[in-house]
Design a protein around this ligand. Structure first.
Ligand SMILES: Nc1ncnc2c1ncn2[C@@H]1O[C@H](COP(=O)(O)OP(=O)(O)OP(=O)(O)O)[C@@H](O)[C@H]1O
Ligand SMILES: [Mg+2]
Length: 290
């Protein structure tokens, strides 16, 4: 997937919720390229959700600009073009479900847009397939697990055929299996269907799987780079009130104890490979959570 075209561009963004209030965003410039999978990290209250809401014109900048492709989010006449391109998935799946049957829920936004029935059927089926919930299509959403509900919410957004998904801690309320299934769904949407992903998360294990990581602190961008670049300096990550990925933490401890493991290791798979190599054994395929 070529990643040279711009999907979203924020330039010198400043935003306050109230005139007397402090700046929730204080000069944020960032670019998300088409086809990228970008994770956004940062301590509570550092401005991640505020930034995400600027990406599809839920909020408008006080200073600076945001462009979605060529559209300035301040340009009201392009609000539909912007919202159609950038879909948001939020934290609580229960707040995003509106219908009593899964497929009706996925169709909800299309119905409101007046999409003809034949096209709607096709788009809803396609979206449910892509989000991996087709087999649950006739069920009641409230009977599904948290992870399944969140994938219903994703399907509802996908049915709009967006170019970019912005997920604001969409895995935060899920159990580990639900989280992994949502993560794999999103990775597939990114890799197979070329959908750009911006994923706000508190889970470092999710950030490790992104193409690029943006770390925010106090309303600005503090670090930016590949997961390996960002997680290289464990002390700095901790100083920003973030966790170090578990595999990296284990390898740091092993190195302190005199075991020669690579400093660049940040994922469980790399850690397994390195330990198996040290033990002189081939790594077995890992047990899968789903
Ligand atoms: N609706 C609001 N009205 C006033 N202040 C707000 C509002 N929403 C957020 N803020 C403030 O703006 C700042 C940034 O908040 P934001 O929600 O963007 O942070 P966040 O990084 O998403 O945090 P979290 O990890 O807790 O979700 C915080 O100081 C927060 O208290
Ligand atoms: Mg938030």
């Amino acid at each position: 997937m070529k990643m040279d075209k711009s999907m979203i561009r924020a330039q010198q963004l400043v935003f306050r919720y109230t005139q007397e209030g402090r700046r929730a965003l204080n000069g944020v410039s960032a670019e998300i390229k088409k086809g990228e999978f970008v994770a956004v990290l940062g301590a509570n209250g550092c401005g991640k959700s505020t930034l995400a809401k600027h990406f599809n014109a839920i909020l408008l900048p006080e200073e600076g600009e945001v462009f979605v492709e060529e559209y300035n989010t301040k340009d009201e006449e392009h609000l539909y073009d912007i919202r159609q391109r950038v879909g948001m998935v939020f934290q609580n799946p229960d707040n995003q479900i509106v219908a009593t049957v899964v497929e009706e829920d996925v169709a909800f936004a299309l119905e409101n847009l007046g999409v003809p029935p034949d096209e709607m059927r096709e788009r809803v089926d396609e979206a449910m397939e892509m989000a991996g919930i087709y087999k649950h299509r006739t069920k009641a959403p409230h009977k599904l697990s948290g992870g399944q509900k969140q994938r219903v919410a994703i399907a509802g957004v996908i049915a709009m055929r967006p170019d970019c998904l912005v997920m604001d801690e969409s895995t935060a309320m899920l159990d580990p299996i639900g989280r992994e299934k949502v993560m794999r769904t999103v990775e597939r949407l990114n890799r197979e269907f070329g959908i750009t992903v911006v994923m706000i998360t508190h889970y470092m294990e999710e950030a490790v799987r992104a193409d690029r990581v943006i770390v925010m602190s106090g309303g600005h961008i503090e670090m930016e780079g590949t997961p390996k670049e960002v997680f290289r300096d464990s002390a700095k990550i901790r100083a920003l009130k973030l966790d170090v990925p578990q595999a990296k933490e284990l390898c740091d401890l092993l190195r302190e104890a005199g075991v020669a493991v690579d400093e660049e290791i940040i994922s469980a798979e790399e850690c397994i490979q390195a330990l198996a190599a040290l033990l002189g054994k081939p790594a077995q395929p890992g047990c899968d959570v789903i």
